[in-house]
Design a protein around this ligand. Structure first.
Ligand code: FAD
Length: 761
């Protein structure tokens, strides 16, 4: 079912109302009186006939009927495109908090195909017979109103506070929220009487009555009651979808369509659901009636000029942020826009490390949309702009407060473009775990970083210090060309032969120069690798660090090693987690490389495997990003782990201000490349160091202990973006050239969220 969101226009006065929703069709299937497989087969038939929606009766007290929710779950698994709803669910026999979770779960599992049709109850003796609570009709409506709050409260996964509802019928005392459904599940109510209709106007997303029960002007009156209640509640009546269960009407298919047309044009019905389990009727309706009706509605609308599209609720509109011209969004981006009031917002507002509250996220899918999004952002010079690929930026602020995000996560293709040259085209939203998995069947790998959840766009524009870095160099050293959208919206290619200045700048300072929409990498042949995870007692921290540094520096390039240490814990020895990759599948070679490291201190834990590189990169914890606050991280490079460096690092750790201290070995192949070949600085260093702390000032104080023993910094691990730090990120000659190029390629400073290359005053 299409979601709703279009600009508000006045509802036409008079007798005719067309709310402008897309015309859709559904079927209405009985979950009983037939073999259990029949409703499933009818649902599959509905999908193959092109229906948008399949719905099921729900009478949980009926002898021999399948349970509707179980049936819906089964149908969801046996179909792939059709949306699924009960028509309508008996609420009194289903606790709403559990129902909310069930609906969200099925929505996630089915790829956003669940809608929620609800009923107040009705058959109260039957409800009573099943142990449900017998209510009066009035109480049933009130209970349904409370249940809607419960359901939406559970779905509000972004809300960190436990859900408390102290209602007349439902009492929730601190329920945990989530999961959020995959899409904004509409709540449609089956209703006839004014009390229910007013509830729809106040709270629901749709009215789902059955035509045979509507007598005289009941449908028109019902719609008017809903509209009035909606307006009174400050809602736009077009937020509420009008659905209609219909039986077979007399006459030919053309007659049938003609009889339905006034419901669409005069009463705003946009979802017609054919009742009954007769496959021939379903087929005739889908093949003859539905197309005729759709065509007739389109013809009427072309005359009336009714605007169709998406409606955002009044509540959603109220969450829009100052300064963003939401209504000026180009047509190409309307379906890509996620606003603070949209249900998908909680999934995109934050990144892995940062909490954010952007005003608009544009989840683009093509280069043309990137160009449009950038033009739109340029028209908002005062509004923060962030570019997001994998959302793992530490320095890069790929979320913000009240700004615009161009989100590239849907651009995630990996294609081999020249097998002989091992040339691969990778889009920026791809995660490194997926790159590794895509290359593995060819026996290839591309050294990226240590975590498969990091995105290509951020890492491959800054450096890329990965598990194979000593053997195969940085990720940027494998870039053979980029396609990049520049600040003025032009799409250019940069390589060793084209736009060579830009090609130089993109490899180390890419975030300042444009949005890379594709990278061409020359990847390496990499077979199975030795992969070790060791925990070593590093109680004598300085001695341990010095020893580790010496072993790694002296080791052949096929060894790359990273280490992590944390703040001291009372009563526990300092422990170093040491990860090593040996680019070899020969056990003797692997052991020879690991032995000197294992001997650096008492080995507390060890795991050594021979695995494909892609298995190591499959270390991604799935899920939406849910970063909180802002990280504080410092970065530097060291040539060697001298006794002075090691003692200072031990003292820094002892201060307790650093909760995560990581060292990545570099050197090797990184140092083979000329220092001026790319914008990445500090190629001679053997170690890249990062320290994260909870408190920025304390972290700075601790970092000052270590800083005299380091030089430079890797911008991807630094959060202090003060302009002076640019001089640490880039050697003077590199920085001077970058500044000159920045003026040429981005004079208006459109790209400014990741170590902005600006002149110091
Ligand atoms: C858990 C974790 C582990 C890490 N491990 C490593 C590691 O081992 N080695 C290493 O080198 N780095 C590592 N990093 C750092 C990482 O490389 C950077 O943070 C990188 O910027 C993340 O890229 P992203 O696309 O996921 O991030 P995003 O947050 O999407 O982007 C970060 C920034 O990059 C820029 N950017 C993103 N996409 C594009 C694009 N298409 N064109 C131009 N600019 C763009 C933007 O300025 C953006 O703000 C790690 C980070 C984390 C959080």
């Amino acid at each position: 079912m299409s979601c709703l969101a279009y600009d508000l226009v006045d509802i036409p006065n008079g007798d005719t109302v067309d709310y402008g929703h897309r015309i859709e069709f559904g079927t209405f299937i009985t979950p009983g009186n037939a073999p259990a497989t029949t409703p499933v087969a009818l649902a599959q038939l509905s999908e193959s006939l092109g229906y948008d929606l399949v719905t099921f009766q729900d009478h949980p007290y009926q002898a021999g009927f399948l349970d509707t929710w179980t049936l819906m779950s089964w149908v969801a698994a046996q179909t792939s495109t059709i949306h699924i709803s009960a028509n309508v669910l008996n609420l009194p026999l289903r606790p709403p908090a559990v129902l909310a979770r069930a609906a969200a779960s099925l929505d996630l599992l089915s790829g956003g195909r669940v809608e929620l049709g609800l009923g107040a109850g009705g058959f109260w003796d039957a409800v009573d017979s099943m142990g449900g609570r017998k209510l009066t009709p009035g109480q049933g409506v009130e209970a349904l109103g409370e249940a809607i709050d419960v359901i939406r409260g559970i779905w509000d996964a972004a809300n960190r506070s436990p859900l408390v509802i102290d209602g007349e019928y439902y009492h929730l005392h601190g329920a945990k929220r989530g999961p959020a459904p995959a899409h904004e599940i509409p709540i449609w109510l089956g209703a006839l009487k004014p009390r229910m209709l007013r509830l729809i106007g106040r709270k629901a997303d749709g009215w789902l009555p059955s035509l045979p029960y509507l007598e005289g002007s009941a449908y028109k009156d019902g719609n008017a009651t809903i509209d009035e209640a909606a307006t009174k509640a400050g809602r736009d009546p077009r937020e509420i979808r009008r659905l209609l269960n219909i039986g077979q009407l007399p006459g030919s298919s053309t007659d049938w369509a003609e009889q339905l047309l006034p419901f669409a044009i005069d009463d705003g019905t946009s979802v017609f659901i054919v009742m009954g389990d007769d496959p021939s009727v379903m087929q005739r309706f889908a093949e003859e009636v539905a197309p005729a009706l759709r065509e007739a509605v389109a013809a009427e609308r072309s005359v009336s000029g009714i605007q169709t599209g998406r409606v955002r609720s009044t509540i959603a509109l109220a969450k829009r942020r100052e300064g963003i011209d939401y209504d000026g969004l180009p047509e190409s981006l309307v379906a890509r826009a996620i606003e603070p009031g949209d249900s998908g917002y909680s999934r995109v507002k934050s990144t892995y490390m940062r909490g954010g509250t952007p005003g608009l996220v544009l989840q683009v899918q093509t280069t043309a949309e990137i160009v449009d999004a950038l033009a739109y952002a340029r028209a908002h010079p005062e509004i923060a702009l962030a570019v997001r690929s994998g959302g793992h930026g530490i320095s890069g602020r790929s979320t913000n407060d009240g700004g615009i995000i161009i989100d590239l996560s849907k651009l995630n293709a990996v294609d081999v473009i020249d097998e002989a040259r091992r040339l691969v085209r990778v889009e920026p939203g791809t995660l490194w775990a997926d790159v590794a998995a895509a290359l593995q069947p060819n026996g290839w790998a591309l050294s990226s970083g240590d975590y498969g959840g990091v995105g290509v766009g951020g890492l491959a524009t800054a450096g890329g210090i990965g598990w194979l870095v000593r053997e195969h160099g940085l990720t940027i050293d494998h870039v053979r060309a980029v396609e990049i959208v520049l600040a003025d919206g032009s799409l250019v290619r940069a390589s060793a032969d084209e736009n060579t200045d830009l090609f130089w700048a993109v490899r180390g300072a890419g975030a300042n120069f444009g949005i890379v929409v594709a990278f061409e990498f020359e990847v390496d042949e990499v077979g199975a690798v030795g992969w070790a995870q060791l925990a070593i007692d590093a109680g004598d921290t300085a001695t341990f660090l010095q020893g580790w540094g010496a072993v790694v520096e002296a080791a052949p390039r096929d060894l790359t090693s990273f280490l992590i240490m944390g703040a001291p814990r009372a009563g526990q020895p300092a422990v170093a987690q040491v990860m090593c990759m040996v680019d070899s599948d020969d056990p003797d070679t692997i052991i020879a490389r690991l032995q000197p490291i294992a001997e650096l201190g008492p080995l507390l834990q060890q795991s050594v495997q021979i695995v494909p590189y892609a298995s190591v990169m499959a270390n991604v914890q799935d899920g939406d990003h849910d970063g909180q606050g802002q990280p504080n991280s410092r970065s530097g490079f060291a040539e060697h782990f001298t006794p002075e460096f090691a003692a200072a690092a031990a003292a820094m750790l002892e201060s307790g201000a650093v909760y995560f201290f990581s060292v990545r070995s570099v050197g090797g192949a990184v140092s083979d490349i000329d220092a001026d070949a790319t914008a990445y600085g500090h190629r001679s260093a053997n170690f890249s160091i990062a320290a994260l702390g909870g408190n920025d000032a304390r972290l700075d104080a601790a970092w000052r202990i270590l800083q005299p023993h380091m030089e430079g910094m890797y911008l991807s691990f630094e959060t202090d973006q003060s302009p002076a730090r640019l001089e640490d990120a880039f050697p003077p000659k590199t920085l001077a050239r970058l500044r000159e190029l920045k003026l040429r390629y981005d004079p208006a400073n459109v790209f400014r969220d990741n170590f902005n290359i600006i002149q110091l005053a």
